[in-house]
Design a protein around this ligand. Structure first.
Ligand code: ZN
Length: 707
């Protein structure tokens, strides 16, 4: 959708605070013409997602009466349209196993008198809104109750539910195995929906076959038949992939073959926690949706990690937040406006499209207060879309995720710590797996736990030989047994874990110490005992404490540092820096500023001229994307605060004023302007950077640098 002059004036009218002061010395009041550069329409991806999607849950117990009685197709579609929504996922069948249309295959909700699915599709299509149909797969309480032998079992024969083990009398959602006649049932339901309705895609939810395997009778017997051992976790993992692949191979074509541009998505198999298995699943997908409700169990960090990996898999990707205060199905709550804005705008800033999850009330009427908030966020997305369509993130650092080492065996906290550090330092980065093209990054970070097998070692050596740089910490770079360095390029000798109770660190190199408090620093988690070999340069050394505590040598709290040792704290050899402590995990756990500044100084040794330099506080998030002929810098300033015991809250926008920002460019930009305001900014181009002053950032601001 393009920005008309009328809507632009209207935009100014409703959000005057977004428009910077015209009297500001560095900002010229001139408006750049629109479109300032051509808006790219083409995509190198198989399917282009719309920007403003809703995922509308409708899990409705058969015990609830009056279902859909307040539904009006016209009102439903108008509410969506008023909120600038152009695409929606609606329910064919829910977790309860209830269908919301007249079905010959499944079971229609006993208290639904109309064709709710048909009404939603018709109403939305009349309003120009695309409609994806939802089918719950492994959660179908209706079938679960009827088929005891279809249920997912754990190693002890316990029935696996949504949150915990379940059973016939538990108040919990039961999980059904896909390696059962359930797959035929699901296929028949999908075929019925695709045949009877003009849908634009299919969303198969909760394809949550356990990656560690299912122990129901059919899975146990099938593994035997295939020569796989159920007692071996790796064989169960292998079988899990086979079961999932079989199910997706069966279900994907049902929708895909209906018409061009049909969307097909399976929720579960490409979840970020399944990094080693994601790429082999992608052939069944037309796009990726990243379910991540910051008010739910995901928090604010998850999306950043997942999106920075999944956006580079060759498919259009949307983030998915929720309209709830907490998580799914949180009836009687609405997300703070600033939180909703932040979550949508950071999807744009990461090169993704937006989805907001909601839950329709059983009576079938959308909540106007909820859609007022979604509409506020999405109307702003409309204004911003021209600078976001087909925009590709520009990055120069890669973080190799610890999840590559197997399902749930990676050190997740180390990924969180690295992501937090790099974002707070305003570096531009992606999350990588083994298959990622290492050579496109100037620097790759291997946080904390990357013991190297032969294949990874060879790939890293090749990367280094090609001029790449590495930062490794703790066990990263060791051989698979953790006995010695496999990556000899570090130029160090590994003696083992630090053998004492406490470990301290002193930065000895003056350049690395720049901006740090000059003092001996505590390592909140002890690391390793590592010696220098010839050729490596010491940058920091380890200090020991007076003693390890016992009843004879007791010291309250932690024993103070006593003297320096010859052990390496940080060392560099060529393009490799090694840190002898789990620095990234420690940052996730303790957020000690020294750790981040130290890593920042390590990065600066390899990246003295990062893509972005700015005066922004660590609470700001800055990303760079590009479209043909221009680069777009996104500045976001929302600061989640831990206000609830388990909840980070965004409630207010805290404006930034007169933000100094410099973008590294190959040549002087033809023009620089604020978007979507289209207000010109004066840029000073020197030493390969375009320097600007952003008069004001009220939540989210795009700055466009045109070639
Ligand atoms: Zn099974």
């Amino acid at each position: 959708m393009s920005l008309s002059r009328r809507s632009f004036v209207k935009f100014l009218g409703v959000s005057p605070s977004l428009f910077p002061s015209l009297s500001f010395a560095e900002a010229s009041p001139a408006l750049v013409p629109f479109p300032a550069a051509s808006v790219p329409e083409g995509s190198d991806r198989p399917l282009q997602l719309p920007f403003r999607h809703i995922h509308l849950d409708f899990h409705t117990s058969p015990a609830i009466t009056g279902v859909g009685e307040d539904f009006s197709a016209g009102d439903f579609a108008q509410t969506l349209k008023d909120a600038s929504i152009n695409s929606i996922t609606v329910f064919a069948k829910c977790h309860h196993g209830m269908s919301y249309y007249p079905t010959k295959v499944g079971t229609q909700h006993p208290h639904l008198k109309t064709d709710l699915l048909g009404g939603m599709i018709e109403g939305c299509h009349k309003a120009g809104i695309l409609v994806v149909s939802y089918i719950s797969t492994m959660y179908d309480q209706h079938m679960w109750r009827q088929h005891g032998d279809w249920r997912v079992l754990d190693e002890n024969g316990g029935e696996v539910g949504l949150e915990q083990n379940t059973g016939p009398m538990k108040v919990e959602l039961g999980r059904i195995c896909l390696n059962s006649p359930m797959l035929d049932y699901l296929a028949a339901q999908a075929e019925e929906v695709v045949k009877n309705y003009d849908i634009d895609g299919m969303f198969y939810d909760n394809m949550d076959y356990p990656s560690s395997g299912c122990c129901c009778a059919s899975c146990m017997l099938e593994r035997e038949k295939l020569g796989l051992h159920s007692t071996k976790p790796q064989d169960r993992v292998k079988h899990a992939q086979m079961v999932l692949d079989r199910a997706m191979s069966r279900l994907a074509p049902i929708a895909r073959n209906k018409k061009p541009n049909m969307r097909v998505f399976f929720n579960g198999p490409v979840g970020y926690d399944r990094v080693p298995f994601i790429r082999e699943c992608l052939k069944h997908f037309t796009h990726i949706e990243i379910e991540s409700l910051p008010g739910g169990g995901w928090g604010y960090g998850f999306y950043e990690m997942a999106a920075r990996f999944e956006r580079n898999l060759g498919l259009d990707t949307m983030g998915m937040t929720g309209s709830f205060h907490r998580s799914w199905g949180d009836f009687g709550s609405v997300r703070n406006q600033a939180a909703l804005d932040y979550e949508c705008f950071r999807m744009l800033a990461g090169g993704n499209q937006c989805c907001v999850g909601d839950h329709l009330h059983p009576r079938g009427k959308l909540n106007p207060a909820v859609y007022e908030r979604i509409g506020r966020a999405y109307r702003s997305v409309v204004e911003k879309e021209p600078w976001c369509r087909n925009a590709k993130p520009v990055t120069e650092i890669g973080m190799l995720t610890n999840l590559i080492h197997g399902y749930h065996t990676g050190a997740y906290e180390s990924d969180v710590g690295t992501t937090n550090m790099l974002e707070e330092l305003h570096h531009q980065f992606d999350v990588l797996d083994r298959e990622s093209p290492f050579s496109t990054y100037k620097l790759i970070i291997l946080p904390d736990s990357h013991r190297l097998d032969a294949a990874l070692l060879a790939k890293l050596r090749h990367y280094l030989a090609g001029g790449g740089a590495l930062i490794l910490s703790h066990e990263s770079g060791l051989d698979e047994a953790g006995k010695e360095f496999a990556l000899e390029e570090v130029g160090l000798r590994y003696e083992g874990p630090w053998p004492h109770e406490v470990q301290y660190l002193e930065v000895t190199d003056p350049a690395l110490n720049q901006g740090l408090p000059h003092m001996v620093q505590i390592l909140y988690e002890k690391g390793d005992a590592v010696r220098l070999e010839p050729g490596a340069q010491p940058l920091a050394r380890v200090w020991k404490a007076y003693f390890d505590r016992s009843y004879l040598h007791f010291q309250v709290e932690q024993t103070p540092f006593s003297e320096p040792t010859d052990y390496v704290g940080v060392a560099q050899r060529g393009h490799v820096i090694y840190i002898a402590a789990p620095m990234f995990r420690m940052y996730a756990d303790f957020a000690y500023q020294f750790y981040r500044l130290l890593i920042g100084n390590c990065i600066a040794r390899f990246l003295p001229n990062p893509l972005i330099k700015s005066s922004a506080p660590s609470t700001a998030r800055i990303t760079v994307t590009e479209q043909p002929g221009r680069k777009i810098v996104h500045v976001l300033h929302y600061a989640p605060e831990r206000r609830g015991r388990e909840l980070d809250i965004v409630e207010d926008v805290i404006p930034l004023a007169n933000l100094k920002l410099a973008l590294r460019l190959e040549a002087r930009p033809r023009q620089v302007y604020l978007a979507p305001q289209r207000q010109s900014l004066k840029a000073d181009f020197r030493e390969d950077y375009a320097h600007i002053i952003v008069p004001s950032v009220e939540g989210h601001q795009m700055i466009v640098f045109e070639d």
